[in-house]
Design a protein around this ligand. Structure first.
Ligand SMILES: NC(=O)c1ccc[n+]([C@@H]2O[C@H](COP(=O)([O-])OP(=O)(O)OC[C@H]3O[C@@H](n4cnc5c(N)ncnc54)[C@H](O)[C@@H]3O)[C@@H](O)[C@H]2O)c1
Length: 371
């Protein structure tokens, strides 16, 4: 199979779809990989590394898209990439099609097989290609929070871990899933006092075991959240209700009772945020103050650490790339129910019900289409 890796063109996107080690594995398995020049540059993966791994470096995006059987990207194609879509192309990337009717229509018109990272499921029914970015964002939330607690950045002038004779900071993490657990690991590692709040009691039991009783766990309700937030130096929002907007668990009133110079990092902001006073911010203007509390609400936190994020993402995506290349796309879809779940467009049809529903279209069952 010929696999193409274009440079990402979406604003602020600095990751890349395949790393040099992936190129080597594909080339060793007898495939050809064409990488657009500078595709990995922002992730600190220069053309030379790709060349040494066996890739052909192409001078233009058009060249990559025209020659590839399967294009592996990170973000969905944007308008200037639409002309590259063509019949029988396989596109493997984050698609997030529900709010994107123009892209969906292009994929249907050109009969592209669109396989979306975000809807692939593993044997446990979880979404393995979303997890790595939550791991990155959860760990980063503490790093960012610690920085904003410094006086120069608007914070209370507090060292997260304290020093002998001076107590450490109190960190309140709301949501004990992937983001929350990773945030707790780093906060504990830096010496903070950590409280984890979740609605799911079984999850709290697991977290109590995982951390050997070193974190305080609290059942989620507005009283426990209000108390914990009031005493916290750093609040991290990491709740998720799949498919729904995040619930506003920390109200405006609770924020007004927080300490001056405390910091909020609302990681769940990409789903609307779980803090009432949070609104989306960007890496170029990441923070603002409400009632003297610093708010950091960047919707794409992993973009700040593209080297780590690219490696974390491709560790998870690459086994699927290899499977698609090795078996061919139709056989891989027949063989792997998780890959089938990832197929959002196939032979001119929408094959993912939630996308069809969002756009007033009718979904066809991919299993019927590949018979
Ligand atoms: N800003 C970014 O750059 C970025 C990056 C990655 C992920 N995220 C977002 O972070 C959020 C969390 O992702 P995740 O992967 O950790 O999700 P997850 O499903 O692993 O965890 C969510 C947790 O929230 C808990 N929860 C649900 N309702 C709750 C409530 N009322 N009170 C307390 N806990 C509650 C669930 O029980 C679960 O444990 C998502 O919105 C995700 O999109 C943002």
């Amino acid at each position: 199979m010929i696999i193409g890796v274009p440079k990402e063109v979406k604003d602020h996107e600095s990751r890349v779809g395949i790393v040099p080690s992936g190129v080597k594995a594909l080339v060793d398995a007898g495939h050809k990989v064409i990488v657009e020049t500078k595709a990995g540059e922002l992730s600190s993966m220069p053309d030379d590394d790709y060349k040494h791994a066996g890739a052909e470096i192409a001078g233009s995006a058009a060249d990559v898209w025209r020659r590839a059987d399967m294009v592996v990207k990170v973000k969905e194609p944007i308008a200037r990439e639409f002309p590259f879509l063509r019949d029988d192309l396989v596109l493997f990337t984050y698609l997030h099609l529900a709010p994107l009717p123009d892209l969906t229509n292009e994929l249907l018109k050109k009969t592209v097989t669109g396989i979306a990272y975000e809807t692939i499921k593993d044997g446990h029914g979880t979404l393995p290609l979303l997890t790595p970015m939550s791991e990155v964002a959860g760990r980063m939330a503490v790093q960012v929070g610690a920085t904003y607690l410094e006086k120069e950045r608007g914070g209370r002038g507090l060292l997260l871990g304290g020093v002998p004779g001076v107590p450490p900071a109190q960190v309140c993490i709301i949501g004990g899933g992937t983001v929350g657990t990773n945030a707790a690991k780093i906060a504990l590692g830096m010496g903070a006092i950590v409280t984890l709040i979740d609605l799911n009691l079984n999850r709290l039991r697991e977290l109590d075991d995982i951390f050997g009783g070193r974190v305080y766990t609290l059942a989620s309700n507005s009283y426990s959240i209000g108390q914990s937030v009031k005493h916290a130096d750093l609040v991290i929002g990491g709740v998720l209700i799949p498919g729904a907007a995040a619930p506003k668990l920390v109200t405006k009133e609770m924020v007004s009772k927080m300490k001056t110079g405390a910091v909020i990092v609302d990681v769940a902001i990409d789903q609307g945020g779980c803090i009432e006073t949070a609104h989306p911010t960007t890496h170029s203007d990441p923070s603002y103050l409400v009632d003297g509390v610093v708010h950091y609400c960047v919707t794409n936190m992993p973009a700040a650490v593209p080297h780590t994020s690219t490696l974390a993402l491709t560790n998870a995506t690459f086994p699927y790339v290899m499977k698609l290349a090795k078996m061919g796309v139709t056989a891989a879809m027949k063989n792997d129910i998780g890959i089938r779940e990832g197929v959002n467009t196939y032979k001119g049809n929408v094959t993912y019900p939630a996308v069809a529903q969002a756009q007033g279209k009718t979904a066809k069952n991919v299993s019927d289409l590949i018979q």
